[in-house]
Write a protein of this length. Structure first.
Length: 344
């Protein structure tokens, strides 16, 4: 792909707020390229994390999927970073009066409409892929959004919790909980021992995922949480092998800037799996495709330029670029830098 410019078949692996912002930037960058060639861009493909999905109050929630769809549709709450803009919480308040749901997990009224529609379609027999296709038809997203799998493989965090002791036990005890409880209720304050997605070993990639990866020119790994957003995607049987085999360039974007996470508590997750919170360490975690890993190139922030040589020694081409996605313009600039990195 040396020196290639113009239209590209692009696949993005994404989850969370970072993945949503980056996906918006990719759409803008690809649209600009299409405009420059007076062509209509083909919708790119986003493979969305579904590891943080859950059942709550009888409805199926897909937080990362919805964040990506809402962002592409332009209806997301950009202040909170999740949910619908201008949403209300009357139903959520009523649920709490009944003692239903989780009092620390807010369901907006508009957001609940999405969950109800999804749950109804699932109960009618549609698969999550078919449900997402139907959801995507409501707005011109400019992208094809696919779940990583149609199987339910919710993320479970096993924590070390001294507060769970009944008083007759010595030391901390291990306690499993859904990722959303650990992340939202406890703000990742309970020390995680491991992250699991029960049943994922028997799961298969959602229809279209492996074909998109095999036919891509570029695969971009968004600056999402490497452990709980990208990790579950890579754990779906066939996806990691597909990334290693694809003729596309695989370019990752560091979620670490200046030795710190950009958003959330990804540093706690990385520590739990023995990975330092540095751009170079996360690159090593993904590994080089030349050494049975995933990456051809790795975008790092200007603040981390000193680690470029270390990343290069891993067999991964380091690319220094501004990584802060402060607005739509900077998100598009980052996406364009990632696309250019694939054309080397």
């Amino acid at each position: 792909m040396t020196g290639r410019t113009g239209l590209l078949r692009v696949v993005v692996l994404a989850g969370g707020v970072g993945g949503s912002k980056f996906s918006l930037g990719v759409r803008t960058a690809l649209n600009r390229r299409a405009d420059a060639e007076a062509a209509a861009p083909d919708p790119f493909t986003i493979v969305a994390n579904t590891g943080d999905d859950l059942w709550l109050s009888g409805v199926r929630l897909q937080p990362d999927v919805d964040s990506i769809v809402y962002a592409l549709a332009g209806v997301n709450d950009t202040v909170r970073g999740w949910g619908r803009a201008g949403d209300s919480e009357r139903v959520n308040h009523e649920l709490q009066q009944w003692g239903a749901g989780w009092p620390w997990f807010t369901l907006g009224d508009l957001d609940l409409g999405t969950h109800l529609a999804r749950t109804g379609w699932l109960r009618e027999g549609l698969t999550p892929t078919q449900v997402l296709e139907r959801m995507s038809a409501r707005w011109p997203l400019g992208a094809r959004v696919l779940p990583m799998t149609d199987a339910e493989v919710d993320s479970i965090v096993t924590v070390s919790d001294s507060s769970a002791s009944a008083g007759d036990l010595d030391g901390d005890i291990e306690r499993p909980m859904h990722f959303q409880e650990w992340w939202t209720r406890h703000r990742a304050a309970l020390r995680p021992l491991r992250f699991d997605n029960p049943g994922i070993g028997a799961a298969v990639a959602a229809p279209g995922v492996l074909d998109a990866i095999a036919q891509a020119d570029v695969v971009l790994i968004a600056p999402s949480n490497p452990v709980v957003s990208i990790g579950p995607i890579l754990a779906v049987p066939g996806i990691r092998a597909g990334l290693r085999a694809t003729p596309a360039r695989v370019v990752g974007v560091s979620p670490i800037i200046g030795g710190r996470v950009v958003r959330g508590m990804a540093d706690v997750c990385l520590t739990a799996i023995g990975v330092e919170t540095t751009a170079a360490a996360v690159a090593a975690h993904y590994g080089a495709r030349s050494s049975e890993g995933l990456l051809d190139s790795w975008l790092i922030a200007e603040e981390d330029a000193a680690s470029a040589a270390e990343i290069g020694r891993l067999g991964i081409r380091p690319v220094v670029a501004p990584l802060w996605m402060r607005d739509a313009a900077t998100s598009a600039e980052l996406a364009e830098a990632a696309l250019r990195a694939a054309e080397f």
